[in-house]
Design a protein around this ligand. Structure first.
Ligand SMILES: Cc1cc2nc3c(=O)[nH]c(=O)nc-3n(C[C@H](O)[C@H](O)[C@H](O)COP(=O)(O)OP(=O)(O)OC[C@H]3O[C@@H](n4cnc5c(N)ncnc54)[C@H](O)[C@@H]3O)c2cc1C
Length: 417
């Protein structure tokens, strides 16, 4: 192994390996992979890294490491997967405390036996730390809120190794500066999350999906408006869209009879052609996916878009227009009732770059934004993945306060933070 600093080796009790090509973050190769097993070891790793001027990128399963910018420099990947202990499940209080390296799927299994769940269902499963650090959530965000609304406490390690705790295990907690919310969505640039406390929800006895095929953006908009304002209060409203048409689907949950009645009422509200199923459409909650970025020699680019609810139709209309241009196809899947979704652009690089800019303008026109999550290098080189940011000065000052040396994931976040 390239001579690792003694303090770094000691810090993670020998769990330090030489990095391989697989450990690169967007083409930036680290020298070592450190796998601390406790918050104290994470603290020691960060203190040693800061003392030696080493740059660190935290990693869970690595499923979203391709999101954001490449780090400006990288010496150590801090692998969190040994922080996978379920610390506490207080079923009576609907509270769970877990190590950040535990997988979301394992955590859902942990609590399922008590008839409970964590109201996050991201389209790809990673660790809890990665889910929180990227702020990703799936269809249930409509009912349960975004990830930051489910996090009630957090233990984190600052770049200099100082351990900080925020919030706690009680749902109501007035702790002043809300570190847990700040770290949610920070892409590993502000601290290493080591433990998270979540509020849980009971699993309802019955689920029904009401689905309508829609032919054009106006019909999609009307269906989404109907569902978003429905007195039956769907748990989730999702849309799947390609080539100018798609499906809008809503999830109803509750006691069996009531859920059946609610679903029938929702179906009547949506009009002819709406169907009630006891299973989700096959596309529900799954990722459009851009893993194979160069499939067929084409540029595949995954863009996360936000929009006002009333902007659903116009955004879908714009996506349809984009895919009518030569050399590119565009599909969309997301949660229009909370204004968050993903578009997948596939085609020649020039056409994909133009479509990405077009999508960004279309999202801005409906009160939202577009962030490129995954793209091949030749697309990435020609677009600003984050796009224009508001409050950049504030973000820079937060970063400067948390990590003045730029040790943690330098350059990964918006504005090169
Ligand atoms: C350096 C730094 C400073 C921060 N300062 C603050 C602060 O002062 N106040 C505060 O409340 N939070 C702050 N945060 C936390 C971060 O902004 C939270 O992730 C954000 O508040 C939650 O984003 P969201 O509501 O869009 O959540 P979600 O909708 O869940 O967003 C998920 C992720 O996408 C990112 N994202 C989406 N669109 C854009 C975009 N156009 N530009 C940039 N990022 C985008 C979000 O930051 C987040 O990472 C800071 C984070 C960092 C890294």
């Amino acid at each position: 192994m390239a001579a690792a600093p003694e303090a770094l080796l000691r810090a993670c009790d020998g769990y330090l390996t030489e990095a391989s090509d697989d450990d690169a973050v967007l083409g930036m190769a680290p020298r070592w992979v450190a796998s601390p097993g406790t918050t104290a070891q994470v603290s020691a790793v960060m203190a040693a890294a800061t003392a030696d001027g080493l740059a660190v990128v935290p990693r869970g399963t690595g499923s979203k490491l391709g999101w954001g910018n490449p780090p400006r420099r990288l010496d150590v990947v801090l692998d969190t997967t040994r922080l996978d202990t379920l610390v506490e499940h207080a079923a009576g209080d609907l509270i769970l405390v877990t190590g950040a390296g535990r997988r979301l799927t394992a955590l859902q299994d942990d609590v399922a036996g008590s008839g409970q769940r964590l109201g996050i269902d991201p389209t790809r499963s990673g660790t809890i730390g990665g889910t929180v650090a990227t702020g990703t959530s799936g269809p249930m965000r409509l009912r349960h809120g975004a990830v930051r609304d489910l996090v009630i406490g957090m233990t984190l390690v600052r770049a200099d190794g100082v351990v900080a705790k925020s919030g706690g295990k009680v749902v109501k907690n007035v702790a002043g500066y809300d570190l847990a919310k700040l770290l949610t969505g920070s892409f590993g640039t502000l601290g290493v999350i080591t433990e998270v406390a979540f509020r849980l929800h009971p699993v309802p006895p019955a689920r029904r999906w009401v689905t309508l095929a829609v032919d054009g953006p106006e019909q999609a908009q009307a269906a989404v408006q109907e569902l978003a304002h429905s007195q039956q209060a769907p748990v989730a409203v999702e849309v799947d869209w390609a080539e100018g048409r798609g499906e809008v689907s809503a999830l109803l949950e509750g006691h069996a009879d009531a859920t059946e009645d609610c679903a029938e009422t929702v179906a009547r509200g949506l009009g002819d052609g709406a169907r009630v199923d006891d299973h989700a459409p096959d596309w529900w909650g799954t990722d459009l996916g851009a893993a194979d970025l160069h499939a067929d020699g084409a540029g595949r680019t995954l863009v996360r878009t936000t929009h006002e609810i009333a902007g659903t139709g116009p955004l879908l209309g714009s996506i349809t227009s984009l895919s009518e241009a030569p050399g590119v196809s565009a599909a969309y899947r997301g949660s229009p009732a909370v204004g968050v979704g993903c578009a997948l652009l596939v085609g020649e690089v020039d056409a994909v770059v133009a479509a990405t800019e077009g999508l960004r303008a279309a999202a801005a026109a409906v009160g939202g934004a577009a962030v490129v999550l995954e793209a091949p290098d030749d697309v990435r080189a020609r677009v600003d993945v984050w796009g224009p940011a508001t409050a950049l000065d504030l973000m820079r000052s937060v970063k400067a306060r948390f990590d003045p040396e730029g040790t943690l994931a330098p350059g990964r976040f918006v504005g090169g933070i």
